[in-house]
Design a protein around this ligand. Structure first.
Ligand SMILES: Cc1cc2nc3c(=O)[nH]c(=O)nc-3n(C[C@H](O)[C@H](O)[C@H](O)COP(=O)(O)OP(=O)(O)OC[C@H]3O[C@@H](n4cnc5c(N)ncnc54)[C@H](O)[C@@H]3O)c2cc1C
Length: 303
């Protein structure tokens, strides 16, 4: 309920105006690694020094012009160059609506292939984030297209709150691929997504274990300590090798838990967003946790 209210309010122009004005000083900076690529690379370097890998995300989604989609592509090509030049241990995550998916699927496909081609040449990797459900099928289709050409350089995200995801996972796992499994961050109708958190959680565990059983490289992306405990129990009992999975968390959330997993010898990665277009990303982070909204309101009142 809280989540739906926040995600709904987030699209209100007045709320957007207030949060855009004050958000970066009042909490958004906790979740965003900087406004520029060099700032983000320095954050990644610091994260690497703690034994944790990273994935860089240039914030932005739902572009409304071909020019903006082209600029987004260029920003990802520059990001791959900067990663290569700096020597940080980092791949990239992107959203297809930032590459123009809502405007023209062919355009987004061409931009995606250009980015994945460059990542493949640089022995790097592109993760396609999953957005809201009108884009699920299109995202998986473009992922498969890129996978045909560059199988080692691209992976996609699957969301546990969608009823369809187990079928998608099984279908896509022939041959095994590289998936990040998340609970899901968007406002979805009950016709497509489990409304109850307990069902999402159960499906999450089923998806992770099925993904591993099917031989996929599996990124377990959650801050849910209990879920992480259940996954650790499973991988231990099923003797899943440690190079078949990794744990991922978002920048600014439960870093100490990720660090403790890294110290125990598990692969770990932080999702590091940067850039000016932080508003929708920040709203999703607030929606995930009432305390994040309380923090924002409290700091706003104190000003
Ligand atoms: C690396 C990564 C990539 C992601 N990529 C996508 C994607 O492509 N598409 C998509 O739909 N979603 C994505 N998500 C978001 C995901 O869908 C969830 O919305 C988010 O991870 C919260 O769910 P949870 O699994 O952490 O569990 P929850 O049950 O929501 O949370 C468990 C606990 O984690 C802590 N926590 C969770 N969120 C926050 C927060 N924002 N601030 C502070 N503490 C928090 C709280 O202590 C909470 O009790 C991604 C998440 C991660 C970690």
């Amino acid at each position: 309920m809280f989540r739906e209210v926040v995600l709904g309010l987030g699209s209100n122009p007045v709320v957007e105006g207030v949060i855009k004005r004050y958000g970066m000083q009042l909490g958004a900076s906790r979740f965003v690694a900087g406004r520029t690529l060099p700032e983000a690379i320095e954050e990644v370097r610091a994260i690497n020094q703690r034994g944790i890998k990273a994935t860089l995300d240039h914030l932005g989604e739902s572009v409304t012009s071909e020019r903006a989609a082209m600029e987004a592509k260029e920003s990802y090509l520059a990001m791959l160059d900067a990663i290569g030049q700096s020597g940080v241990d980092c791949n990239v995550s992107l959203k297809l609506t930032m590459l123009g998916l809502a405007l023209d699927e062919g355009l987004a496909a061409r931009h995606l292939l250009d980015i994945v081609e460059k990542a493949a040449q640089m022995h790097n990797f592109v993760r396609i984030d999953m957005e809201d459900s009108p884009y699920t099928t299109k995202t998986l289709t473009l992922f498969e297209k890129a996978y045909q050409q560059y199988p080692d350089a691209v992976g996609v995200v699957l969301q546990a709150y969608l009823y369809r995801t187990m079928d998608d996972l099984k279908r896509l796992s022939q041959p095994p691929k590289n998936f990040r499994i998340v609970k899901g961050a968007y406002m979805e109708p009950v016709s497509v997504a489990f409304p109850a958190k307990a069902d999402v959680d159960e499906n999450y565990l089923r998806l992770v274990t099925t993904s591993l059983e099917l031989g996929n490289y599996t990124a377990v992306a959650t801050h849910d300590e209990q879920m992480i405990g259940r996954v650790l129990k499973y991988v231990h009992e099923a003797a899943v090798p440690r190079d078949r999975f990794e744990f991922q968390m978002l920048y600014g959330v439960r870093f100490s838990l990720l660090e403790s997993l890294a110290r125990q010898g598990y692969r770990t990665r932080v999702y590091v967003p940067y850039g000016e277009d932080w508003y929708p990303y920040y709203i999703r982070r607030i929606a995930e946790r009432p305390q994040n909204l309380l923090f924002f309101m409290k700091t706003l009142m104190e000003r």
